[in-house]
Design a protein around this ligand. Structure first.
Ligand code: NDP
Length: 330
């Protein structure tokens, strides 16, 4: 059936300005790293994407290698976009990236101009788009000069194939260097995409002050620690359809006694606030002014709805933040 987006889709979702730019992102964005490859039914994917858009989620984050197999998330998104979302293109922020291993040989990995620009063309082909809104260098390249990698992002923007440029997984020092290299082309570095959650706080000390100083935004990935900061594993068992059971990026080693103690304690704090653990994890991140958007994943519509409902909760007060502190550690 033809998709007609909900008329009230902008009534609840807050939109936050990305650093000092003109671009606003939804407080919660949806990522397609998992759950959108060829191994998942297209109708399940379509349902999640439609519901997200109806809830005011205007930003969908992809990368060349998302799947499995690599490229399939862009292909599937492109198909659903063509069938459902094309009339809404101007209401959507669609991103892609290049930086991890994508194709054989010396030109399908890291940060050369050769790789980034050919990968962007390939992504646009799979997505069926003329341009992406944000194009990222997915990771720093220790061997390629930062001027070359940022020069490729500048070309992407100048050619109209990307509207904005971003970086992901760069250290604070690499971020400063990338910002300066892109500024040579008179293009601002819009956004950083780092990992951040109650279980990974490495960006608080080094990166947050740099983002403040440069006027950059951030969109933080794996905010639910890939599902560890949800009730998915609290019973001590591994659901057959869960990421621990189905993905090579998370395994049972993560489900230690220490993990279970911390997650259960956080779950109790969440319950005392009338929230789920996933919702508390989102509320806790959104208190940081440097975070523009929380980039979640979802394997079902129900998960997405539950996570988005975190936005209805009151902010954490100082006592609550202090009570979370002993458990919000690596
Ligand atoms: P999350 O930490 O949000 O984990 C998502 C997983 O958590 C889901 O697949 C699901 O697991 C579980 N989950 C989500 N909501 C709920 C809920 N309400 N209740 C119970 N379980 C829930 O994020 P991801 O790790 O998926 O990363 C999000 C996005 O960030 C990616 O799609 C990608 O766009 C980006 N990313 C970027 C990276 C980079 O290097 N730049 C690296 C990694 C991610 P299950 O499947 O078990 O149901």
């Amino acid at each position: 059936m033809t998709f007609a987006a909900a008329e009230n889709r902008y009534s609840e979702m807050p939109y936050r300005r990305t650093g000092k730019s003109g671009l606003k992102l939804p407080a919660l964005s949806l990522g397609l790293w998992h759950n959108f490859g060829h191994e998942r039914p297209l109708d399940t994917q379509r349902g999640i994407l439609r519901r997200a858009f109806d809830l005011g989620v205007t930003h969908f984050d992809l990368a060349n290698n998302y799947g499995p197999p690599p490229g399939s998330a862009e292909t599937n998104f492109g198909r659903i976009f063509a069938e459902d979302f094309r009339p809404y293109r101007d209401e959507m922020i669609i991103s892609s990236k290049a930086g991890y291993d994508m194709w054989a040989g010396p030109y399908g990995d890291f940060g050369s101009r050769k790789y980034l620009l050919s990968s962007l063309d390939a992504s646009l082909g799979r997505l069926g788009l003329d341009y992406v809104d944000i194009f990222y260098s997915h990771r720093p390249d220790p061997e390629t000069p930062i001027e070359e990698t940022m020069g490729a992002l500048a070309t992407a923007v100048q050619s109209g194939k990307a509207l904005y440029a971003g970086i992901s997984n760069y250290s604070p020092e690499q971020t400063v260097a990338a910002y300066a290299a892109l500024a040579e082309h008179k293009i601002p570095l819009l956004i950083h995409q780092p990992r951040y959650s109650m279980f990974d706080r490495h960006i608080e000390e080094g990166l947050f002050p740099v983002l403040d100083r440069l006027g950059m935004g951030s969109i933080v990935f794996s905010p639910l620690a890939q599902g560890l900061l949800t009730d998915r594993y609290l019973g001590g068992t591994v659901p057959a359809d869960s990421r621990v059971a189905t993905s090579r990026f998370l395994n049972e080693n993560s489900l230690s006694e220490t993990y279970l103690e911390r997650a259960r304690a956080l779950n109790t704090i969440a319950a005392d606030r009338g929230q789920t653990l996933a919702q508390l994890a989102v509320t806790w991140i959104l208190r940081q002014p440097q975070v523009t958007s929380v980039l979640v994943g979802a394997s079902s519509i129900g998960q997405l709805e539950q996570t988005v409902a975190a936005l209805e909760a009151p902010a954490l007060d100082a006592d609550e933040i202090a009570s979370i502190e002993p458990y919000a550690v690596h």
